[in-house]
Design a protein around this ligand. Sequence first.
Ligand SMILES: [Mg+2]
Length: 259
Amino acid sequence: MGYIGRPMANNLIHVADIEAPARCVVFDKDGTLIDFHAIWGPRLERGAAALAEAADLGNEFLGQLYRAAGYDPADGTTSGQGPLATAPLHQFTVVIASVVYQHGINWDEALELSQEHIGAAMTARPNPKEIIPKGAVTESLRRLNEAGIRTTIATTDNRSATEAMLDTLDLRRFFTDVRCGDDTGPVKPDTAVLEGIAATLQLNVSDLIMVGDTVSDLAMARKAGAALCVGVTGGAGSIEQLQPHADVLIEDVGQIRPA
Ligand SMILES: [Mg+2]
């Protein structure tokens, strides 16, 4: 992966109307770099419908499945602190399997049905229509890299979907480190994810700015001691949820600029 720019610049970073010294910006993926809602609600609905059909279960099952996932099919909204917004796939399939189990199907079969149908829907290779950048992503990353600021990704999504996003939006060259939910090793919100990124770059966590659209991202960053916890609105987390955990809220990553 490429790294552009001066490695040891004086790294003051502006985020909206505040600033902090930092050497690296860690981005969440869904809801931060790309639109959250364009992907995950429709995917869950497709997987849930296939699962209901395969298990011969009806609307009551679907209602319970959506509540367990933290998703409202009536208006397509996702709960910012629920499993759909924050859990890696291996946890999410267990959440859904427990709903299947509660409808009279034995556990082994419930898990298999969840992995087969929910797993397939959630891990299908994203098509370009599902990958919508949230604001001026490329410009923001280029500016940061040119100023000597490293940029990295920490997502709970799988590596294959993450790489599809990087290729579709031609962003691969900007990231020195990409950590995914199915990698071996720690997964968000474990603070070891940020500690690992810092260690790889020979930095401290206090040199990192974390940018994310969920409480999970921001609480992790604050607990780890990041330089700034930046909340992105319009993703899975509401402003009311994010505010107490964020040093600053932005609408998109274009509001992050080197000094
Ligand atoms: Mg997110």
